[in-house]
Design a protein around this ligand. Structure first.
Ligand SMILES: [Zn+2]
Length: 536
């Protein structure tokens, strides 16, 4: 069946063009449920026969709850193509994570091409926003699943969108929020992974802020993107990547091409919730405010923040508290910095990650219903403390944990995040080694079975001819790392570095041989999962 849609579009040159899109709808797209008898016998199936429910998730659930979805407690999930397309457009890194779940044979995540299926394709309606249209497409697909599978299993739409949930229930679907679904699984630890909306979340403000002015606005609102764009165009704002000083987390730099210099950002309020690596829009302060001391004094609240309590006897190295505040405040004649000083007006692209660290010690709350609010202190001193909620505080103290950032509103001194996983005990050699590897983004997971399947079967040895080849050197004993950027398709540049007996280092640059490249290109799984090089 063919659907065609035509619309008129204005080109960049100002011409009017008629675009006709043809959309083929198919009836050979299957549900993926193992016991289904209605679908073709040979169809791919991943949704478990014993599933308590088949979960249909919306785009925001994938975008914001990916740490939860990655947890093995969540299975039998249908990913609709409309959802995957939206996720891909909005956040490529989350898209790659959900894609990895879908192709992982050990997980029961099934992709359903709802936009190509004759019964689940929805036509655009006049006056309907694309968001509403996509929500409708998700409900139509969930309804198709329910009627296709009948009484054999419950189909549950998971959405945190109040409107979408209401409409789904009105249309006779089962729908729940992420939190209520996870609660129904009765695994308290799992609730820590749920990202809860934090704006206006009063309870989170209680963590360490006992002053009466609880709702004090701490940071300036970020400017809307339209204002940032016009500000950049007329030269009021300057765009660049923010880098936080490793030795003083209250100072950052933004390399600006437009003024050909580095702009210094002093103090957390001027950094205005920007993280290291964020692309930001910066406004220069008037030149008479470029004094070093003045900008430090301006941040009256930060003294409190400098008082970071680390876990006693932890391997947490030098105190974060640098002496810059005291030394500069006391200096008699403040010198005017030759470097421009500015403040962050808006964030163009976030660089939020997961971080390794530990919880700031706090008294155990007595009988607070199981939910504790805690502050997470990252090992990376450039990262501010992060508020998290946990139902397993007693399991997390004295542990190295991974926390992801979710939001940072103007009322909160610290960003809000959620617990992702526990690495191990603080001070334990293996735990701390893993922390270093994670912090430097080194992937040490074993190769997947798909990758290993690309290799010749074992036992395998190099042929004597290869070994005797005078143009070749056997370097298999050397650990070689790829230096190609993430996402690179032709992984062919690599380095090694080895300590020699005389104390010197041998550094080797390795370039992939053409014929090996040919083999690798055929082995797509090997390419996709390559993180550490085999030597050749
Ligand atoms: Zn079926």
């Amino acid at each position: 069946m063919l659907q065609s849609k035509s619309f008129v579009k204005k080109t960049k040159q100002g011409r009017i063009q008629k675009v006709v899109r043809e959309h083929y709808l198919r009836d050979d797209i299957y549900c993926g449920f193992v016991p289904c008898t209605a679908c073709a016998a040979a169809a791919e199936r991943k949704l478990g026969a014993a599933a308590a429910a088949i979960l249909v998730v919306d785009t925001n659930v994938v975008l914001h709850q990916i740490d939860l979805l990655e947890n093995p407690a969540i299975e039998d999930v249908v990913l609709l193509s409309v959802v995957l397309d939206e996720v891909k457009n909005k956040n490529l890194s989350v898209f790659n994570r959900i894609k990895a779940l879908c192709i992982n044979k050990a997980r029961r995540f099934y992709v359903f091409a709802n936009e190509q299926h004759r019964d689940t394709y929805v036509k655009d309606m006049v006056g309907e926003s694309s968001n509403d249209r996509n929500d409708r497409a998700i409900r139509v697909a969930a309804r198709w699943y329910q009627s296709h599978l009948g009484e054999s299993v419950k189909v549950l739409l998971i959405t945190n969108d109040r409107d979408n949930k209401r409409k789904a229930i009105e249309e006779g679907l089962n729908a729940e929020t992420v939190e209520s679904y996870v609660r129904s699984l009765a695994q308290p630890g799992l609730l820590d992974l749920v990202v809860v909306p934090t704006s206006g979340d009063v309870s989170m403000e209680d963590v360490d802020d006992h002053r009466p002015s609880k709702k004090k606005v701490i940071y300036n609102e970020h400017k809307p993107m339209s204002e940032i764009t016009s500000g950049l165009r007329c030269g009021i704002y300057h765009q660049g990547k923010l880098r936080v000083n490793r030795y003083n987390p209250f100072e950052a730099y933004v390399g600006s091409e437009s003024i050909g210099d580095e702009i210094v950002i002093r103090g957390r309020s001027n950094m205005n919730r920007a993280f290291d690596g964020d692309i930001v829009a910066v406004e220069l302060l008037p030149q008479d405010q470029w004094h070093e001391s003045k900008s430090f004094i301006a941040d009256d609240d930060e003294e409190e923040e400098e008082d970071v309590h680390l876990v006693p006897n932890s391997a947490d190295d030098a105190p974060r508290n640098t002496n810059s505040t005291q030394s500069t405040v006391g200096s008699s004649a403040p010198s005017i910095s030759s470097r421009p000083v500015g403040r962050v007006m808006g964030i163009i692209k976030r660089n939020w990650n997961s971080y390794c660290g530990s919880l700031q010690p706090m008294p155990m709350p007595a009988g607070s219903g199981g939910v504790a609010h805690a502050l997470f202190v990252s090992k990376d001193r450039r990262v501010p403390k992060i508020r998290i909620q946990t139902r397993q505080l007693e399991n997390l103290v004295n542990k190295r944990i991974v926390v992801a950032v979710d939001s940072w509103d103007v009322l909160s001194r610290y960003p809000s995040g959620h617990y992702v996983r526990t690495i191990g005990d603080i001070g334990d050699k293996e735990t701390e080694t893993e922390v270093v590897l994670i912090e430097n983004d080194i992937n040490t997971r074993p190769f997947s079975t798909q990758v290993l399947a690309c290799l010749p079967p074992l036992p395998w040895t190099l042929s004597p001819e290869d070994l005797a080849n005078p143009n070749r050197q056997d370097l298999r004993q050397v650990r070689v790392f790829s230096v190609d950027p993430p996402g690179c398709r032709d992984i062919d540049d690599a380095l090694h570095c080895t300590l020699l007996p005389n104390g010197n280092f041998e550094v080797g640059v390795r370039i992939l041989e053409q014929f090996l490249l040919q083999i690798l290109l055929f082995s797509s799984n090997l390419q996709a999962n390559f993180s550490c090089f085999l030597s050749w």
